[in-house]
Design a protein around this ligand. Structure first.
Ligand code: SF4
Ligand code: SF4
Length: 348
């Protein structure tokens, strides 16, 4: 794969040109946190900021979107699908969130193709950036330290200043050739600097799951009756935050909004969360996951058991967002390690 390099000034000039033609979103400061938001000046972007409150998934799968509009006035109701295929450049997508998009693709753009998601996703241009972990990140435990694919362009900071650039798609090459005139060819030296950054990143990860990721489905299958779930379920608020910030969660509700005179309306899709009470309540009022421990078992098994068995990779990317957002410090690493320790007969 060809390698290029660009300095900070060249990158800013390239992004200014990209912004003339595209909607560009990137992590920006919001009080003490970072959020993905629209930018009009590259100096506002913090592309290496770790732990944006919500992942960039929200541009392909928004918190609320209108799926269709309908009228009820004629002899037969009429409905028209609402599709959004506006291109958006997502700059500052880290390897864990690139993996998160792939996980959502498994579900919404795989065997069952969701056209609303597909339209947005195909027009979501990914400018990946490498990053340094905080204490919540555990990418080294789940295979997301490095992005092998899933990006159009990928930028890795190097010690001599600027970034090494990798091109991941034909679309990425077109964008690179059109906008990145200040980039130069890079060679073995820059490749070693790129490897050096990744090595330092791996060494900076402090949270680790105490078992190979391939062993986790069995760990979770054997742990359905573990007291670990009761322990954490007893303090869980069932607030749903962990699910709502997750780059791989895709549960949603569908609601119809009809005008007061009943003549027209729209159908919206909004995020939902399996950790919220009543999520699993069905017609007749039966709730098949009525307690917090049962809801936690379900969520954690979705990440390291059910989806991992089905798609061949964990549906937890190690981004650490659920741990950052949980008021009672429930996080994937602690829970996994307690289950692993319990199975080994160690004190949890
Ligand atoms: S964020 Fe924490 S308290 Fe809220 S539902 Fe998730 S695990 Fe429970
Ligand atoms: S389960 Fe938590 S750590 Fe894993 S991808 Fe979701 S938010 Fe990130």
């Amino acid at each position: 794969m060809e390698l290029y390099k660009i300095d900070e000034k060249g990158l800013a000039e390239a992004m200014a040109r990209v912004m003339e033609d595209y909607r560009v979103v990137a992590p920006v400061e919001k009080g003490p946190k970072h959020v993905f938001d629209d930018i009009e000046d590259w100096s506002d972007a913090r592309p290496m900021a770790v732990g944006t409150v919500l992942p960039p998934k929200k541009y392909a799968f928004p918190q609320r979107e209108t799926l269709l509009r309908f009228t009820l006035t004629g002899e037969t109701p009429e409905a028209e699908a609402v599709m959004d295929d506006t291109p958006v450049v997502m700059a500052g997508v880290h390897p864990c969130d690139i993996a998160g998009l792939r996980c959502i693709d498994h579900t919404l753009a795989g065997r069952h193709f969701d056209e609303h998601y597909g339209a947005r996703r195909m027009n979501a241009i990914v400018f990946g950036f490498d990053c340094m972990p905080d204490e919540h990140c555990f990418c080294t435990s789940v295979g997301t330290l490095k992005a092998e694919s899933g990006y159009d362009l990928f930028f890795t900071p190097i010690q001599t200043g600027g970034f090494v650039i990798r091109i991941g798609t034909p679309r990425g090459r077109q964008l690179f050739e059109k906008y990145f005139q200040h980039a130069e060819g890079a060679g073995v030296y820059e490749e070693s600097l790129e490897a050096d950054f990744r090595q330092r990143k791996a060494e900076a990860v402090t949270a680790h799951i105490d078992a190979p990721v391939d062993d986790l489905p069995e760990v979770y299958q054997e742990s359905m009756d573990s007291e670990v779930w009761d322990k954490w379920g007893a303090v869980c608020f069932s607030c749903g935050s962990c699910s709502l910030v997750c780059p791989t969660c895709y549960c949603f509700d569908v609601q119809d909004r009809v005008s007061l005179d009943g003549s027209e309306g729209r159908r919206d899709r909004i995020w939902d969360a399996c950790t919220l009470p009543d999520f699993a309540t069905v017609a007749g009022g039966h709730d098949f996951r009525p307690t917090a421990p049962k809801r936690l078992i379900h969520r954690h098994n979705r990440k390291f058991n059910y989806q991992q068995e089905r798609y061949g990779e964990p549906h937890c990317t190690g981004c650490g967002r659920c741990g950052r957002s949980c008021l009672v410090h429930i996080n994937m690493v602690t829970v996994a390690n307690e289950l692993i320790a319990e199975q080994k007969g160690e004190e949890a």
